[in-house]
Design a protein around this ligand. Sequence first.
Ligand SMILES: [Zn+2]
Length: 261
Amino acid sequence: MRPRALPALALGLVLLVTGCGEAGKSPEKAAAPPSDSAAPAPSPVTKPSPTPTPAKPKLRPLPKKLPAGLHRASGSNGVALTFDDGPDPRFTPQILAQLRAARVQATFCVVGKQAKRYPELVARIVREGHQLCNHSWHHDMNLGRRSAAEIRSDLQRTNEAIHAAAPKAPITWFRQPGGRWTAEEVTIARQMGLRPLHWSVDPQDWDHPPAKTIIKRVKGATRHGSVVLLHDAGGDRAQTMAACRHLIPDIKRRYGIALPR
Ligand SMILES: [Zn+2]
């Protein structure tokens, strides 16, 4: 068999199954400083991975299937665009400018630490009519597996950082990093007024494919009512920015772009 035949086939599956890309990163990076940000770090020193955390708490098992009740469609004919892991001082303003030029709104799944660090960007997201989604305090891939108290306090802390930046902004959604949801977490998020937002199209832009690949993957999988997962932070997002210059007008023309509901 020719090995070249596989990627296209694999892609179809990957698009549906894998999550927020962060799956490709170290799941324990949570303990590190806001390494999601590709912005010039204040410290020039690259630290080795943190020393093993003492006495790891027990984690509940990750379910094999996604729990019920996740929003995986926009709720209308339009396509919902979602941008994760920011805000980021280099890329968030670029995507905001693109959205503004196209006169469309998107949902920003912000990380609490990033919101605390860049409050002016959170305020700008809100001011320009976009929607907010809580994406955990430090992008904890295992948040859903922790105790109810830990989950609640992580979401609360993130909400507070967002509200410190944009006091009256509604935080409509929660999205678990990596899409590693548990039913318990969905329940807690709902109790806090956060609706669980998953996705239906994942071009895996976190893995730095070239813009043309991101475009191809998104266009191949997007339908009316899709929720598209993209990243405006967490690494070098130049290829995502380039892809969006094509995708945003194209999706708007084909399907319309709408906030999820
Ligand atoms: Zn993420």
